[in-house]
Design a protein around this ligand. Structure first.
Ligand code: OSB
Ligand code: MG
Length: 372
């Protein structure tokens, strides 16, 4: 299949509340929304890139320019036999995986729609509901944190992730654990600590956490292998696992117990499935991370999270945890068992609210494929 037309939009979609981590604060989504047309089919995807290059190396402007100058022409240049052909077609461009992911996701949606199947089915999903939790940003004090967590529990979420940083780690975690002794609880440091902090991070061990996520550098695997031996809490990698090779290195080095799979960080659904499968073969669980996606990326995440080795709750909350109004007309709502229902219709299932998408669009770019 030749892709006939690709449209990109830079958007700004405000969050219900600013999201604060150990390294950045963002007020809304700066995603790039992708629309493709081929053989009369329209498909949608999303590059959920940040405003700033503080999570990984990309930002909304680099992704915008790499997409236009390199990735869209590369996709126009191939005759896709399957969605698995998308990633190899873009491999000459190094890294820039979030930019690539937006196109790769949309191509999966296109093939799912062409085959009249759900994206979850096409990916190999086995579940019709996926367990989910909430990622709670850094708050101004512990009382505020307890109130925020309490509100999410009242909404029905049964797993909470706390963002941590030096000065906001042991005490907030202790406070949440003391208040809710049986809560499924985990923490995420977004690469702020050093190996020397191992003894400090071991102070989290008494709190019976599901995992501690990415304590050390965004591009490190080696020191995480050393840190893992200093901790009782299971160690999870997020930022460091950007490809199937990185997953293999982490598994062989015993650098983690668990992998956070985010298809945008990994550059696509195909390589995410490869990581899922490699971890499963090694007896290592994975769970689905999030990038505060809009309703389009969210539907894609839910489909991927329906694969069998996603055994821990995902950072895939209902749309209203992120946005007062989303750019889809069919947002996810939380089921009473802290799950989201996997869309069973055709494609990823998100129906775009094109009027509201127009209203939040900052920049629009359309390319028509003139290659034979
Ligand atoms: O590290 O998991 C992370 C959001 C943006 C960038 C990185 C991360 C996050 C989250 C939010 O933790 C997860 C979500 O989408 O709910
Ligand atoms: Mg993380």
């Amino acid at each position: 299949m030749k892709i006939e037309q690709i449209e990109l939009r830079r958007i700004f979609l405000p969050y219900v509340a600013p999201f604060v981590t150990s390294g950045w604060r963002e007020e809304g989504s700066h995603a790039i929304i992708v629309r493709m047309e081929s053989e009369g089919i329209v498909a949608w995807g999303e590059t959920p890139v940040g405003e700033n290059p503080f999570y990984n190396e990309e930002n909304c402007k680099t992704a915008w320019s790499i997409l236009q100058d390199y990735l869209v022409p590369m996709i126009f240049g191939v005759d896709l036999q399957s969605p698995w052909d998308a990633t190899p077609a873009m491999s000459r461009v190094r890294a820039n995986r979030m930019a690539k992911a937006g196109l790769e996701f949309t191509i999966w949606d296109l093939f799912a729609r062409r085959e009249q199947r759900s994206l979850a089915q096409l990916l190999g999903g086995v579940r019709d509901r996926v367990p989910v939790g909430v990622s709670v940003g850094i708050q101004k004090d512990i009382d505020t944190l307890l109130a925020v967590v309490e509100a999410y529990l009242a909404d029905g979420y049964n797993r909470i992730k706390l963002k941590i940083k030096p000065g906001w780690d042991v005490e907030p975690t202790r406070a949440v654990r003391e208040r809710w002794p049986n809560l499924l609880l985990q923490v995420d440091a977004n690469s702020i600590y050093r190996l020397d902090d191992g003894p400090h991070l071991a102070k989290l061990d008494p709190f019976d956490l599901l995992l501690v996520e990415q304590p050390l550098a965004h591009d490190d695997i080696f020191d995480h292998a050393k840190l893992k031996r200093m901790l009782k809490t299971p160690l999870c990698l997020d930022e460091s696992i950007v490809s199937p090779d990185h997953a293999r290195w982490a598994i062989e080095l015993a650098a983690c117990d668990i992998i956070n799979v985010k298809p945008s960080r990994i550059g696509g659904l195909g390589d995410s499935i490869r990581i899922h499968d490699a971890a499963q073969a090694a007896g290592m669980p994975v769970w689905h991370g999030g990038m505060l996606e809009t309703g389009i990326g969210r539907a894609i995440n839910v489909a991927l999270a329906s694969l069998p080795n996603f055994t821990l709750p995902g950072d895939i909350s209902a749309n209203d945890r992120y946005f007062k109004r989303d750019i889809v007309v069919n947002p996810f709502t939380l089921n009473s068992d802290s799950t989201l229902t996997v869309p069973a219709g055709i494609g990823h299932g998100a129906i775009v609210d094109e009027d509201y998408l127009d209203a939040v669009t900052l920049d629009r770019w359309v390319a028509v494929n003139h290659q034979p």
